[in-house]
Design a protein around this ligand. Sequence first.
Ligand code: 6CS
Length: 340
Amino acid sequence: MKASKLLTSASVGALLLGMSATAYSANWRYAHEEFEGDVQDVFAVAFKEYIEENSDHTLQIYRFGELGESDDIMEQTQNGILQFVNQSPGFTGALIPEAQIFFVPYLLPTDEETVLEFFDESVAINEMFPELYAEQGLELLQMYPEGEMVVTADEPITSPEGFQNKKIRVMTNPLLSETYNAFGATPTPLPWGEVYGGLQTGIIDGQENPIFWIESGGLYEVSPNLIFTGHGWFTTAMMANQDFYEGLSEEDQQLVRSAADHAYDVTIEHIQGLSEESLALIREASDEVTVTRLTEEQIQAFRERAPQVEEAFLEMTGERGEELLNQFKADLEAVTSDDE
Ligand code: 6CS
């Protein structure tokens, strides 16, 4: 009786750690926020393939909606039900306020090559963020860009005045609301599941996302005016439950790290040229779509409003936010001065 009870507890423990109770191979669970073939899925599939080709472990991928919204999959990872999660800083703001740094507008340049170099080399990304995530029981494995943010709206908008009275959906972090307040709009935080319907019924007048997502989610069907404002990049983060990660053998920890590095390389390759391809698909699918690329002068009117968002970021994050912001700017300076 005692022995079987012990066995039962061991099996439950093994399940929580994502291991099979009968064999040494484990079955790990990984959830992300997107659909089959989207950028986070490309990352997850490359990660899975690496793990399965280089060990006896298996990995089960859960896509958007299978286990709930972004906040749900983060909670499940923190509770140890999932071993891995991909959650974007757009939804991590409440948990890790510093992650909102990606929503200070015009901080990152639009040039793809510079942005990719920044993610590769940044001390803020590769050394400071892992510490911030660790405080929440998360082992940060990669941060990566998915694409430049593009606004879609019910009409082409070229100035802060044009945003007046426009309800623009933002991901649920307070700094992004500050950005759209600064841009002259009325920010409306919503989880992803409510965006298409919100645009269709007119509850919201617009939103922002990278082009591949505007194409794959069919957002152009209900929000056909695409506006390139050049104000930022959609960035995301992939991580593990830290107790799980620390409980792995050194060999498995290395396997996980190598799989994440491999998935990063595959994903960075995938996103290059993706915006152009997705825009071509959108144009093919719809005659209604308009594309507005703001001129440098038009951008200036938005850029002038960025300092108030940076101020709000510092108010929300204090000294630690300031340290991160300074490092972030120094890292950007290093990659932009390399190009000169
Ligand atoms: O806007 C959003 O909520 C979604 N956008 C992307 C590109 N990925 C997942 C996220 O939930």
